[in-house]
Design a binder for this molecule. Sequence first.
Ligand code: ADP
Ligand code: ASP
Ligand code: MG
Length: 411
Amino acid sequence: MALIVQKFGGTSVGTVERIQQVAEKVKKFRAEGHDIVVVVSAMSGETNRLVALAKQISDQPVPRELDVILSTGEQVTIGLLAMALIERGVPAVSYTGNQVRILTDGAHTKARILQIDDQRIRADLTAGRVVVVAGFQGVDAHGNITTLGRGGSDTTGVALAAALKADECQIYTDVDGVYTTDPRVVAQARRLEKITFEEMLEMASLGSKVLQIRAVEFAGKYNVPLRVLHSFQEGPGTLITIDEEETMEQPIISGIAFNRDEAKLTIRGVPDNPGVAFKILGPVSGANIEVDMIVQNVSHDNTTDFTFTVHRNEYLNAQQVLEATAREIGAREVIGDTKIAKVSIVGVGMRSHAGVASRMFEALAKESINIQMISTSEIKVSVVIEEKYLELAVRALHTAFELDAGSSHNE
Ligand code: ADP
Ligand code: ASP
Ligand code: MG
């Protein structure tokens, strides 16, 4: 008998019929003798609807109140699922984050889980009940409702699994595992049997939204066995593991991630003195704007160009800050571009193979895709390109690194 945490995402609980299906599935698992804690998201589209509602009242909703609104989505699904279980003769009880007591910090709309009180859940499990917990939400030390950031129900699932020392955390969703890239963009994408925490962390942080990045961080830190599975199709899914198998078959690249959420800003004709990077980026970070990639050109006539990317939502803010800096330091101009995208190849196999980056650049060159910025780390290479070439780039790279279903590496 095992203790299993099962998380079901928005589309998996998107209609009453689906909630009934989930209840059937949970009932079957329980009949096998397992203790089950279920975490659910809001019904699909609901969180977006709630955000839109708040924005009709305020352009920039007060974060505390936004969290009060957003947390209602998950509260509906836990009640519905618990009812569906009880209707089937399965004893069940639902809890909001506050009721469990999922304690978080006070960073509204992006709170971090600090501690989970497992007493109530354990007592219910001992009494033979299935416990249904609202994903994506918690409560801070002052009793304010908080939410964990979009996609945060994954993190609730993993954090509960860690707190309860569950045998496995199963993330049920609308795809049957983690793929080499988003299967909705590349039809040739393949499901991975396994992926390392490290690679999954890079994939998530570089734009693959199949798992929230904090869920992967948490699972890695507490060594929670984590599996991504299809809610309504049988199959082994994808296991996220710590072991890096050094087999000959191991591909150099495990996956391709991409992200359309960034924008690029360039300040041109900057007098090139020591401290210039700090003068430019200091005010940006002072305005609480996170910077991703950074490039400084070689200087020419004692002036240089400096380019960086920020989240698209921060583009206008960053532009204002940068224009003020340009006036102050006597730079020539500020230009920007929001129609960019970042494409990244990820794989632990890169550590033992040279020439991976150049193979990437060659594949993009063959499609005449211009690379605007590059950044690398031990297990990833990212490039910024024009957004309109994004899908072409992902497909070309998928083929170039022999990831396509049916290609020699994978059969
Ligand atoms: P849920 O509502 O169940 O949390 P999400 O929409 O958050 O589901 O995540 C699942 C989606 O992630 C898939 O439908 C797929 O389009 C997308 N996705 C992006 N990258 C990948 C990938 N590498 N493997 C699988 N799915 C991916
Ligand atoms: N409902 C929340 C969202 O849409 C949390 C989640 O689905 O994981 O982001
Ligand atoms: Mg999700």
